[in-house]
Design a protein around this ligand. Sequence first.
Ligand SMILES: [Zn+2]
Length: 284
Amino acid sequence: MDFRDDARLDGSQVESGGRGGFPRGGLAIGGGAAGVIALVLALIFGVNPGNITGGDPAPLGPASDLAAKCRSGQDADQNEECRVVGVVNSIQDYWPTVIQDYRPAKTVLFSGQVNTACGAADSSVGPFYCPADQRVYLDLSFFNDLQSRFGAKGGPFAQAYVIGHEYGHHVQNLLGTTDKVRGSQRGRLSASVRLELQADCYSGAWAKNAYETGLFEKPFSRQDIEEALSAASAVGDDSIQRRTQGRVDPDGFTHGTSAQRVQWFTTGYTSGDPRKCDTFAGGI
Ligand SMILES: [Zn+2]
């Protein structure tokens, strides 16, 4: 993944520094920390379904955007936070070409704990999207875990895949697809699995079209895509269950198997067409 040196970044799409504690009554919002932490492994790239009706965005604590620091593609190539900015910019340049009334969503980079309109969360939940405040939450330390604990190859494009997946949830929220999932549905053919696999597919569709957003030097390489596939495979329900409970329980699936996650990212990537991402239609 190589940004064009002179590509201009919009740092205001990413906030950095949301950290530390649960400020101003955050525990009361959306079930609180215990509820969120209980979901730990259920939220590997999750969409947080709590309090979907919520109105007011939760206070985020001290946060600053990266506008001053991340100005060019060169910054994105040299700095991890700026690379996130570049990827988010590209994703949000792409989706308006597909969805007429796309509304941008911010990414919040946090460290440790963060307070959101979906409740307070800590890093253990992994990256997630909160529909109630329409923000993507990302603790960059997760990407180290992805390698060390989940056995993925890692690399910049593993990160890009995850960010693409989270913005897939934002698109689902805008399109009303998120409403199809109620409560904590689980199981091989559950709406939750279908929603998650569709987000993987949307990430692939962006990856295919990302070069057209003008931010990158060249289309993504085979090696880039392999980083995404390795990450998708590492976070399949079956792989995670095998690692954490020593056996596979399809009734507990929430995100799809490794093979399914790889397959749906690939469907999005090879077609470049989000309309091919209809995971709700039939067999998955
Ligand atoms: Zn997800």
